[in-house]
Design a protein around this ligand. Structure first.
Ligand code: ATP
Ligand code: MG
Ligand code: MG
Ligand code: MG
Length: 442
C-alpha cells in the first residue's frame, strides 16, 4: 500500500476523551472513529488489525476441531423467555420491537439460539461431540462504555458452544478450549493468564477467565508469579486426547491465579510471600462449563446408548476479538506509539522515502516495494512529500515492527537502513539484504 493512496487520518493532538493509552493511540493512528457512545467505525488500519486477530482465532478454532458458523445479531425474545434470561439479563440487553409488535433483541451472547439449533436437529448421542463457534458482533448496553473498543457497547466476540453426552466429555471440550486459547493469545504476542473466575449471568461451576496483565485493566487479580514463566510455545497437541489437554489445564491452572470475584485470602497466603502478586488485568476471554443448565430449560436432549433421553452437557467459550486490539496495544507500546507484535501487525514493514521526488530514492523505493510484495509481504510505503521527521513520527505511531529508510545519501554507498520498532536499533545494509531479513522474520 502506498500511503498517498491510503486512508490514514492520523491526529496530531491527543483526543481529550481518551483516558487510556490504547484508546489514545487507536484514535491518533486513525484506526477507529466513534459513531456514538461505545459504538465505533473501524477505519482501514484498525480493520486490518481486527481481521488479523479474527483470522488467528479462526485458525486456532479449526485446529481444535471446532466448526465455524454464523448466527444473526437480531433474535426473537421468545427463546430467551424459555431459558428465563429475558428477564434476568436486565438493562445490558438492547430490546426492540419489529413492525408486528414482536419483541426482538440484539444478541449479547448466543446460548439460547445455538441450543435451539441443536435441539431441532440432533437427537442421538452418535452425533456428539459437537462444538460450533462464530465470530459475530454482540451488543451490550454497558452502563459505562469507556476505554474505546475495550468496553464498547457493540463489540466483536468469538463465541463457541460445545454439546457432549457426559460431563467428562464436556470437561474435555473445556480443556480443549483452554489449550486453543493459550495458543491463540500467544500467537498475538500476548501473555493471557487463565484465572479462576465467577460465572456471572452465563451460570455454571467451572470457569476460567484469561487475563492480560496491564495497569489499566478493570479487574483486580491475585496470582503466584511463577505462572508468568509458563509458555505454551509451539508444542504439538492432539486435541482429541483427553490426557494431553488435561495435562495442559493442570500445568496452567494449578498455581494460584484468581480475579477479585473468587479471591481467597487464606489460600493466597499459602503462596510464598515473594511470589505473591496483586495487579490489574484485562479480561480477553472466558471459558465455561455449565452442564445441563440450558439443555434442561430448553429440552435439548439426545438418546443415549441405552435408549433413554438425556439432556446434553454444554459449555460456552468467548474471546473478546475487538477488545483484543486495545489489549495488545496496552501490552505493547512506548511513548511514541503502538508496537505491533509480528503476528497481528497491519503491514509487515514500512518504507520511508527520505526524499520523495529524488529520482534515485524514488526508484529504490519502488524496487523495494515490488520485491517485498513479490515475497508475499505487505509493505506500507510512505511516498508522500512530508518531511522526514513527520514520516518517522507516523511510522512510530502506527507501530509497524520494521521500517526500511531510503535516502540519497545511503544509496550513494548502496545501503538502506533497517530499523526495529521495538528496540529502536538500526542497521545499514543493501536493499536485497533488508528484503531477505524482513522476509525471514515473517
Ligand atoms: P466484562 O467482565 O469485561 O464485562 P464479561 O465477563 O461480561 O466481560 P463475557 O460474557 O465473558 O464478558 O464475554 C466474552 C468476552 O467478550 C470477554 O472476555 C471480553 O473479552 C469480551 N467483552 C465482553 N464485554 C465486552 C465489551 N463491552 N466490549 C468489548 N469486549 C467485551
Ligand atoms: Mg460484562
Ligand atoms: Mg467478566
Ligand atoms: Mg467474562
Amino acid at each position: 500500500m502506498r500511503l498517498s493512496r491510503y486512508f490514514l487520518p492520523v491526529l496530531k493532538e491527543t483526543p481529550a476523551e481518551a483516558q487510556i493509552v490504547s484508546h489514545r493511540f487507536m484514535l491518533r493512528a486513525g484506526m477507529i472513529k466513534q459513531a456514538s457512545a461505545g459504538i465505533y467505525s473501524w477505519l482501514p488500519l484498525g480493520f486490518k488489525v481486527l481481521r488479523k486477530i479474527e483470522n488467528i482465532v479462526h485458525e486456532e478454532q479449526l485446529r481444535a476441531g471446532h466448526l465455524p458458523m454464523l448466527m444473526p445479531t437480531l433474535q426473537s425474545a421468545d427463546l430467551w423467555r424459555e431459558s428465563g434470561r429475558y428477564d434476568d439479563y436486565g438493562q445490558e440487553m438492547l430490546r426492540m420491537k419489529d413492525r408486528h409488535d414482536r419483541d426482538m433483541l440484539f444478541t449479547p451472547t448466543a446460548e439460547e439460539l445455538i441450543t435451539d439449533i441443536f435441539r431441532g436437529h440432533v437427537s442421538s448421542y452418535r452425533d456428539l461431540p459437537l462444538t460450533m463457534y462464530q465470530i459475530q458482533w454482540k451488543f451490550r448496553d454497558e452502563i459505562r462504555p469507556r476505554f474505546g473498543v475495550m468496553r464498547g457497547r457493540e463489540f466483536l466476540m468469538k463465541d463457541g458452544y460445545n454439546f457432549d453426552l457426559t460431563k467428562e466429555d464436556a470437561l474435555h471440550a473445556y480443556n480443549r478450549h483452554l489449550v486453543s486459547y493459550l495458543r491463540t493469545y500467544e500467537r498475538m504476542g500476548l501473555q493471557a493468564i487463565p484465572m479462576r473466575a465467577d460465572s456471572g449471568p452465563i451460570g455454571g461451576d467451572d470457569t476460567h477467565e484469561f487475563l492480560v496483565l496491564a495497569e489499566t485493566g478493570e479487574s483486580e487479580v491475585f496470582y503466584d508469579s511463577e505462572i508468568t514463566e509458563l509458555k505454551f510455545g509451539d508444542r504439538d497437541i492432539d486435541y482429541t486426547s483427553k490426557e494431553q489437554c488435561h495435562a495442559v489445564l493442570e500445568e496452567f491452572t494449578s498455581r494460584y491465579a484468581r480475579t477479585d470475584e473468587t479471591h481467597d485470602e487464606a489460600l493466597f497466603n499459602q503462596v510464598p510471600e515473594a511470589r505473591r502478586r496483586v495487579a490489574r488485568g484485562i479480561e480477553v476471554g472466558q471459558i465455561f462449563y455449565f452442564g445441563t443448565k440450558y439443555s434442561e430449560a430448553m429440552g435439548a436432549t439426545v438418546q443415549g446408548p441405552d435408549g433413554k433421553a438425556v439432556p446434553v452437557h454444554m459449555g460456552s467459550h468467548g474471546i473478546g476479538v475487538s477488545r483484543l486490539v486495545g489489549a495488545i496495544i496496552e501490552a505493547s507500546h512506548d511513548e511514541r506509539g503502538i508496537i505491533w507484535p509480528e503476528g497481528v501487525t497491519p503491514f509487515h514493514v514500512g518504507i520511508v522515502n527520505l526524499k520523495t521526488g529524488d529520482a534515485e530514492a524514488d526508484a529504490a523505493c519502488e524496487t523495494l516495494y515490488a520485491a517485498l510484495t513479490a515475497k508475499g509481504l505487505e509493505p506500507l510505503y510512505d511516498d508522500t512529500d512530508e518531511r522526514a521527521g513527520g514520516k518517522f513520527a507516523t511510522m512510530d505511531l502506527i507501530g509497524l515492527p520494521w521500517r526500511i529508510t531510503v535516502g540519497p545519501r545511503g544509496l550513494k554507498n548502496g545501503v538502506v537502513e533497517l530499523t526495529c520498532r521495538r528496540t529502536g536499533e538500526s542497521e545499514e545494509m543493501s536493499p536485497e539484504a533488508a528484503i531477505d531479513r524482513v522476509a525471514q522474520i515473517f
